[in-house]
Write a protein that binds this ligand. Sequence first.
Ligand code: URA
Length: 205
Amino acid sequence: AEYLPEAPERRTDLSALERAAEACKGCDLYKDATQTVFGAGPADAEIVFVGEQPGDNEDRQGEPFVGPAGQVLNDALEDAGIDRSKVYITNAVKHFKHTLQGSRRIHAKPSAREVTACKPWIEAEFAAIKPKAIVCLGATAAQAILGRDFRITKQRGEIRETDFSPITTATWHPSAILRNPEEDATQRMYDDLADDLYAVAQLMT
Ligand code: URA
């Protein structure tokens, strides 16, 4: 059954939300994860970035986007002229879902049910921050926030109004760029990502 320690939608304080999320058992992912990885960044951030879920490094360190995907994101933010310390970065799912290959922990895609179970947390983060813009990174976040029919390949960079923000958009996930085996495509995707972030930055002025 859905169990949230305290109704997140009634909380408006980010640090109180984060503490409440530490004990979340809304789905089973908490069982194999080290800790809840909540969003990070200032409560007055204008832009909120939404990834999929913490990876191996994030699970150990308790912070979003601190591993290899975070490095790609850092590069793209810098190229777009966005100061990472001024934005809020979070994930659609707040526990690391993985399978074991020997002692290696391999990323596993969260199910629609797990994304739905986690959604009250991100809705509460949006309600607390009231972002001018939300940037979804990859399909999991885009489908959670922009709808199940959203296709990154066709619709990345489109600006939509949602209940959460007047400017809601989606772009490639940094990990998709790292995973792409073709060098040309990798460069093109990185350029798309940086361009999409730059376009959002221009809307903030
Ligand atoms: N990938 C994500 O989607 N989120 C993180 O925090 C790290 C990697």
